[in-house]
Design a protein around this ligand. Structure first.
Ligand code: 5GP
Length: 196
């Protein structure tokens, strides 16, 4: 998506060769016009997949997921990063390893909001090792729902997340695919590449 790539080139900052900082338009300050365009792009791509809910992981996925849900006219559900509640049996929970922080967190879904009749589109800001998306998929499976696909704003294609998800049979659609990250240099995989 041209608008997102241009924004990354103008305002994104490579923190070494692994981490891209986009806190002026995604992670801290949020660009609403960009988010609306992103929502339209995801909705357009997944419109014929029978999506009943859009699921995201708090907090940076919420803005693009909400815009996608609005464009698809379905609810959005936020998977919460919440510690275990031993006596609460109406939650699905799973442990996810955080790529940026190198720590683990518990991802939680209330049983009320996803069930076996749901076909879920997962939206997240970044795809690195695929841990967050795989954790989301585990929760969706615990709820006996199915996965329509995974929509990502910024895929770091030099990391194994896409491959991992594709190997499990899930479609990954990324709006910007970073091929290489260096200080003062960011390159993308062309949009018309046939594996997106
Ligand atoms: P994964 O679970 O695929 O290894 O990593 C994805 C999650 O880690 C995303 O939800 C995102 O919050 C965070 N993340 C991974 N790589 C980056 C990055 O380069 N920049 C930022 N800001 N977050 C990242």
């Amino acid at each position: 998506m041209k608008m997102l790539e241009e924004k990354i080139l103008a305002e994104g900052k490579a923190m070494g060769e692994d981490i891209l900082k986009v806190d002026s338009f995604v992670n801290h300050q949020v660009d609403p016009v960009l988010m609306q365009q992103i929502g339209t792009a995801f909705a357009d791509h997944f419109k014929d997949k029978g999506v009943t809910k859009v699921v995201t992981i708090e907090s940076s996925g919420i803005a693009p997921a909400l815009m996608t849900a609005l464009a698809l006219n379905v609810p959005m559900v936020i998977l919460k990063k919440q510690p275990s509640k031993v006596l609460n049996d109406d939650l699905y929970q799973t442990v996810v390893t955080s790529f940026t922080k190198g720590t683990s967190y518990e991802l939680t879904l209330s049983q009320k909001f996803i069930n076996e009749s749901d076909h879920v589109l997962i939206i997240d800001d970044f795809l690195a090792n695929g841990e967050a998306a795989t954790g989301a998929i585990r929760l969706i499976r615990l709820a006996h729902a199915t996965v329509a696909g995974v929509g990502i704003l910024i895929e770091k294609s030099f990391q194994p997340g896409r491959q991992k998800l594709n190997d499990q049979g899930f479609e990954v659609y990324s709006l910007a695919r970073v091929a290489k990250l260096e200080k003062d240099f960011i390159s993308f995989i062309p949009e018309d590449s046939d594996d997106n």
